[in-house]
Structures are given as C-alpha cells and as structure tokens.
Design a protein around this ligand. Structure first.
Ligand code: FAD
Length: 417
C-alpha cells in the first residue's frame, strides 16, 4: 500500500493552497486527492461573476507568486476582467495547480478509516493509501440545504442551485425560486435570461442589497470600515478579517457577528433585474405535492402555485457528518458543535492528525473560512501547526531516548522512570 505523510482531500482553493504551503516543509511527503476545481466547474452557474473583490480572490501561496495578478501577467491575459468571471477563476485554479507540481491523484476518496500509523484512505477504483495526517478540504457541496418538504422530490421537478450550471433546460417553463440570497436572485436572473417564467419567494420581510453604502467602500476610507475580503457589515468585517482575533471573542459575539456576516444578501449588480422579476417577501412554501408532471406548492399565505420546476436557493448548512467519506469510527471521535468540528490553533480536530479547512473551520475561525480569502490565514497556520507537532514529536522522541538510556544507566532510581 502506498504511504505518505499528509493526504489532502479536495483540490479546490483550500486544498490547493494547503498543498502550496505544505510542500515547502522539508521532507514532508504530501498527496493531493481529487479533481482540481471540480466544485467550481460542476456546481456553479457558468455565467457567474465572482462576488469577492479582486484582492480577496487570490489562492494563497507562501511566496505570493501565484496571485491573480501574476496569472494575468504571465498569461498575457489582459482581458481578465473584474468582477472575475467564474470560467477565468477556474482556469486560474488549474494554472495554480500546475505551478505546484505536487503529486496529485484526481480520484475521489471514498472512505477514511483509522489505521495504526494514522489513516487509511480508500480511493475510487479500490486502491488504498496510508497517511500520517489527513487534511479535509472537501468544500460545501454535500451541505446543500434542501428543505424537508422538497427532500424526497425528484430533481426533474426540484433542484438546488448547486445542481444547475445553466438554465437552458427550463426555457419557457414556469419556475419558482426560493431564497433571499445571492444564489437565489442570481438563479432567478439567469432563468429570466434563459427564457423561463420566474417568480421569487423570499421568507424575510425584505431583500438585503449589498453596496448601497457605496461611499464607505471608496478606496481612501474603506479600510476604516471593512477588511480586505469585504465579508460582513462595516466594523464587523474588520474582526472577520482577523480569524485569530475573531476566535478569541466571546462566543455570543462570534455567533451574532457570524450570522450578520453571512446573512442572505444580494449584490447591487443584480438590482437591474429586481424591477421585472416578480419577488414576494414574507412568503415561503409549506407544502409541495407532485401533480402530474408539475409541482403544486402551497404557501404560508394560503395561496398555491402550480409550476414546472422549483429552484432552491436555500444555501448550505455545514455538517461534517454529511461528508460521505468519513467512517463512523472517525466521525465519532471528532468533537462537533452543530455539525462543525472543534479545531485547535493548527486546524486540527479532537482526533489527532485529522484537520479541516474551508467552511467546516468557520465555527473555530469565523466566517472568513467560507471564502477564498481565508486561504491566506488558514494554509500558513495549518503548516505551522503540522510543523510544531512534528517538532514536538521529535522532541518527545529525543526525550524518550534520553529517558530510556537513563533508565538503562540508572535503573529504577531514575526520577523520569
Ligand atoms: C454560487 C457560489 C458562489 C461563490 N462565490 C464566491 C466568491 O466569489 N468568492 C469566494 O471567496 N467564495 C465564493 N463562494 C464560496 C466558495 O465555495 C468557497 O470560497 C470555496 O469554494 C472554498 O474552497 P474549498 O476548497 O473549501 O471548497 P471547494 O471549492 O468546494 O473545493 C472542495 C473540493 O473537494 C473535492 N472533494 C469533495 N469530496 C472529495 C472526495 N471525497 N475526494 C476528493 N475530492 C473531494 C470537491 O470535488 C471540490 O473540488 C461561492 C460559493 C457558491 C456556492
């Protein structure tokens, strides 16, 4: 069976960035597992533009040589626009991966079990790999939230936004979009462009538009209100940008600010669509039944809609138990809070040698971990944590050696015995 020191599961922005940092640790044998950028390729709308600012869309590498700016310069791609189109970001991710030259296996990890020296990973096709440590950077796709009333309905009638890269299949169809955030309103706009008849249901009493305080985002003063990643409202954003500060805040404040930072909100870029997309606030579905080849949906106000398709812009709810590759033995030994693993300062869970990056790290390090910008903090912190543990082990090994030699020399009177 093949062996390595660290296996990284997932080659999205967090996995790629972790690989870039860990490959710098001398003598560390790492493997990157999974197809690079596959979530962005298969689960995001083809025409999407990135929501994050340019400065917060670099995948972090230790020498800061693999930024979007370098990518643009090296590739002579002066056309790389801002906001960054998703297809360009995907190409950037692949370019980043090629520069790393890290041993990569594009197969999926089907299972992670405990083994004597650490972990045993089963790969698609049946091969196995043994690793001293595992870094889970598996992203959010398994956490796509499907409200109960839609849980058992077929995807021909109901899809989550993560299941649609374009909406050409819904041309001239009557569709209902559910949700109040960017994904929902963006899906509604794409549906409209694709020629579908769209109605949007928003549970909240209003749609929260971003960018209405444009003056606070102006360059000379924005640093006073917002962190570089621009995650969260004025002030809160500054704390979110500093995960080591955020994690030291009282839990009550972390929770309150965490919710504020990621509450459903919509970019002002979609505002032009708002005028002609029928959007109803304070409405949500309470029942859904198949009616021939359509869906009958009853709303909280007692009215009904009979539609061809429902698109759920209902977001993602982190719960690592939904990662299909974590064996129950592994899962049971990971301390969890509301589905998130509790992580130490080096992103290590309560199960030694098992680390989590990306959205699952948000309970421990705050909402920045849900965005590409979080790689700048997470990857070097992970690398330092692993290095510290390795040094600690070496120190411990030396101590044990000294102790055993002392035992041999001094017999039972050795105070270390
Ligand atoms: C519609 C949408 C728009 C977004 N826009 C932005 C934005 O503009 N800016 C921003 O910063 N963030 C944005 N985000 C958030 C974005 O998802 C995260 O910032 C980013 O993807 C986090 O990177 P990651 O590596 O944690 O996860 P991912 O990018 O999801 O990567 C995880 C990878 O792990 C792989 N994987 C999973 N399981 C296995 C397995 N068993 N074996 C091998 N591989 C596996 C997946 O296939 C995937 O490629 C957006 C999210 C959505 C849904």
């Amino acid at each position: 069976m093949e062996k390595c020191d660290v296996a990284i599961v997932g080659a999205g922005p967090y996995g790629l960035s972790a690989a870039a940092h860990l490959r710098r640790l001398k003598g560390l044998d790492i493997r990157l597992l999974g197809e690079p950028m596959s979530f962005w390729e298969r689960h995001m709308p083809k025409e999407m533009l990135l929501r994050s600012p340019w400065v917060a869309s670099h995948i972090a590498d230790p020498s800061e040589q693999l930024t979007l700016d370098t990518y643009r310069r090296v590739n002579g791609n002066r056309q790389l626009a801002y906001p960054v189109p998703v297809k360009d970001f995907i190409n950037y991710g692949h370019w980043f991966h090629r520069q790393l030259a890290v041993p990569t296996d594009p197969r999926k990890v089907t299972r992670i079990d405990l083994a004597s020296g650490g972990y045993r990973l089963s790969l698609e096709g049946g091969e196995e790999l043994e690793a001293g440590r595992v870094v889970v950077a598996g992203g959010i796709q398994p956490f796509a939230h499907r409200p109960k009333i839609f849980a058992d309905l077929p995807t021909s009638l109901v899809t989550h936004t993560s299941e649609q890269v374009d909406y050409a299949n819904l041309r001239e169809k009557e569709t209902l979009v559910i949700g109040a955030g960017q994904s929902a309103l963006e899906a509604a706009a794409f549906l409209h462009k694709a020629g579908a008849y769209v109605e949007v249901l928003v549970r909240n009493s209003t749609v929260h538009w971003l960018g209405h305080r444009a003056w606070m985002h102006k360059k000379p003063i924005s640093w006073f209100f917002y962190g570089r990643a621009d995650v969260g409202p004025a002030g809160v954003s500054l704390a979110v940008q500093r995960p080591n500060l955020f994690r030291r805040l009282p839990r009550r404040i972390q929770e309150w600010w965490g919710i504020r930072a990621i509450r459903p909100a919509v970019s002002h870029r979609l505002a032009p669509y708002a005028g002609y997309l029928p959007t109803h606030t304070g409405r949500f579905p309470v029942q859904a039944d198949v009616d021939g080849d359509r869906l009958r949906v009853r709303l909280n106000d007692g009215t009904e809609r009979c539609v061809d398709h429902v698109v759920l812009g209902t977001g993602y709810r982190v719960n690592i138990a939904l990662y299909p590759f974590l064996s129950s033995e592994v899962l049971q030994r990971v301390e969890r809070i509301n589905g998130f693993p509790r992580l130490d300062a080096g992103f290590e869970s309560s199960l030694p040698g098992l680390h989590f990056l990306g959205a699952p790290a948000a309970w421990s390090f705050g909402p920045l971990m849900r965005f590409v910008a979080g790689t700048e903090f997470a990857s070097p912190t992970l690398a330092r944590g692993i290095l510290r543990k390795a040094r600690g082990r070496r120190f411990y090994a030396v101590c044990s050696l000294v102790q055993s030699r002392g035992n041999l020399r001094e017999g039972p009177s050795n105070p270390l015995a």
